[in-house]
Design a protein around this ligand. Structure first.
Ligand SMILES: Cc1ncc(COP(=O)(O)O)c(C=O)c1O
Length: 381
């Protein structure tokens, strides 16, 4: 590195490529012109000395201070098997208007998704209907256990197409899986249509509604499906997670809400006990609204920064109801990823079939999103 100029260090790979020190990316119709590359080189961008993670829909501020305190206070119990999830279950039951019997605590909501994927594939020859694209954990697990996955493309506004999903259901369909807001496309389903669809579909099969991003939603069109569980409907599972708004992704704690009979079936399929630190951290975090409210406010600020950039540059994007957005850059996602990485920014992976022109960008702190916008404009505007 001794012979590199400060500019080359600041600009990372772009400058290195331009200096002929690493191979240039092969030119494609989507490669920005040399002139644009040069304009990217024209100004030094103050690059953070860490990777800015806009790739995994995490909460950049978490965990909450109260959660950290709870973790510290519980460390000495790490020699004991599992914790007691009952106070946490009671707290969540009170918050959501259900009872503790309705709740399964999982190692992240991923465990709830996996257990449900297993449930959906217990009978041989079963199928799961889902929107495409959507979150893959439950589907992967169901497929690995023998279920066929019936993927129904999203509609023109890139929302799950409920009519087409209804039409895709077969007699062997054991589950319909919906993510609301969806991921990677953060649209929300209209509440009345959603309720009607869930009630209709759950008459003869399980319906799983993944609400990982519930707390970020500000659309009046949206409604959680947990009230259906409170009403006693018995074929519905709703998942939530402490990973997102509560910033506890690394602690691995999430929840399934369902009829008590279904909840006890799911508990029997769980593969592990709950982590003592995670339970205490979640209990503290869910007991206090200050941190989630702060995270929601900051997430809105960040979304506004990125949406403003899209408006300015005339880029199509999906109005986000989550902590990420989906942007039609018009470029191969891998190319965007690669260029952003040169500036210390990690963006979302490929989401076929949208990987040829769309990129998912997770929200981080507003100042990091300002940096993202600066880099994006330098590189591609
Ligand atoms: C829609 C959706 N569901 C579930 C999860 C998994 O979350 P957890 O950390 O609770 O396992 C994610 C993670 O990104 C997600 O996007």
């Amino acid at each position: 590195m001794g012979s590199l100029t400060r500019r080359q260090v600041l600009l990372g790979g772009t400058a290195l490529a331009a200096a002929g020190l690493i191979p240039a990316i092969p030119r494609t119709p989507l490669t920005p012109s040399m002139k644009l590359m040069q304009s990217a080189l024209a100004a030094d961008i103050a690059r953070p000395d860490y990777m800015v993670r806009l790739s995994a829909n995490e909460n950049p501020y978490g965990p909450a201070r109260v959660a950290l305190k709870a973790i510290n206070a519980t460390m000495h119990l790490a020699n004991r098997y599992s914790g007691d999830p009952r106070p946490l279950m009671k707290l969540l039951a009170d918050i959501n208007g259900v009872t503790s019997e309705n709740i399964v605590v999982g190692t992240g909501s991923s465990e709830i998704l996996n257990v449900s994927g297993l449930l959906a594939s217990l009978n041989s020859g079963s199928s799961v209907v889902c929107a495409d694209p959507t979150y893959q954990d439950l589907l992967r697990y169901a497929e690995a256990n023998g279920a066929e996955i019936i993927r129904v493309p999203v509609n023109e506004s890139l929302s799950p197409d409920l009519d087409a999903m209804r039409a895709a259901v077969r007699t062997d369909t054991s589950m319909v899986y919906l993510v609301n807001p969806n991921n990677p496309i953060p649209s929300v389903l209209e509440k009345d249509q959603m309720r009607e669809f869930v009630l209709e579909m759950s008459k003869d099969r399980l319906v799983f509604v993944d609400e990982a991003y519930h707390e970020y939603v500000d659309s009046p069109d949206y409604q959680s499906m947990i009230p259906l569980i409170a009403e006693g409907h018995n074929n519905i599972i709703v998942s939530r997670t402490a990973s997102k708004i509560h910033g506890l992704a690394g602690m691995r704690v999430g929840f399934g809400y369902s009829h008590p009979d279904l909840a006890s079936r799911m508990r029997r399929l769980k593969t592990g006990g709950t982590n003592v630190l995670a339970i205490e951290a979640a209990f503290a975090s869910y007991s206090d609204s200050e941190f989630p409210n702060f995270a929601i406010r900051k997430n809105k600020e960040s979304r506004a920064i990125v949406e403003k950039m899209c408006e300015e540059l005339g880029l199509r994007y999906i109005k986000s109801n989550a902590n990420f957005t989906f942007i039609e850059t018009g470029m191969e996602n891998k190319y965007v990823q690669e260029k952003m990485r040169e500036y210390g920014i990690l963006t979302g992976r490929d989401f076929p079939p949208y990987h040829t022109s769309w990129t998912r960008v997770s929200m981080s702190k507003p100042e990091e999103m300002e940096y993202f916008v600066q880099v994006y404009k330098q590189l591609f505007a």
